[in-house]
Design a protein. Structure first.
Length: 197
């Protein structure tokens, strides 16, 4: 058993070091969390690239769309950005996936700043989601791509906004499976809707 003198000294030292120990543990926790977020981001970008490769192996349109509806929502966001980047468009990824204010990424199509909203739906998309995104692109005074895996109802198809393009179905599959021999941004005929008059 230690003498009382040594016990008193140890307790004093521990009391003095306690705030330093707590600060060090908190700092290490913040560093680990930040690293984990960055690794998570990199992991999802790599996963999106794997998804793109896998899509080439899936034979039919219906099977490809069904596969896209099952992938992680954040991987789907990265897939859209990866596809646009491979087509030669400059992209900007978000720092984080949640709390993004309705913007899942940004790109520049033919020099036009374009916001991206990516949604994985199994059935019809909600008109309110498209209208919210439409208000956002009006607010930011830029263009928008609303990309989704669901079904586009007639009310969505009737939205006549030259700054908004809703991409689904075959156009979505064409976007995420670009022809390997052709990466030119100028060949995206269905993206021409976003050009300035």
């Amino acid at each position: 058993m230690l003498p009382a003198f040594f016990m008193g000294q140890a307790m004093t030292l521990l009391t003095e070091l306690y705030p330093i120990l707590i600060f060090t543990l908190l700092a290490l926790g913040v560093i680990a969390f930040t690293r984990r977020l960055k690794n998570s981001h990199r992991y999802r970008v790599k996963s999106a690239r794997r998804v793109m490769q896998k899509l080439y192996e899936i034979p039919t349109f219906e099977q490809r769309l069904a596969y896209l509806r099952k992938i992680d929502a954040f991987v789907f966001e990265e897939l859209i950005l990866e596809a646009l980047e491979r087509r030669g468009h400059k992209i900007k990824r978000n720092e984080r996936y949640t709390g993004d204010g309705g913007i899942d990424g940004q790109c520049w199509i033919q020099g036009q700043h374009t916001l991206i909203q990516a949604k994985r739906y199994k059935s019809h998309i909600r008109l309110s989601d498209v209208k919210d995104f439409q208000r956002l692109i009006e607010q930011k005074n830029c263009y928008g791509l609303f990309v989704h895996t669901g079904k586009t109802g007639q009310s969505i198809k009737e939205i006549n906004d030259p700054k908004l393009l809703v991409i689904s179905g075959q156009n979505l599959i064409d976007l995420v499976t670009p022809k390997r021999s052709n990466n030119s941004a100028k060949k995206d005929g269905w993206l021409k809707k976003l050009t300035v008059s």
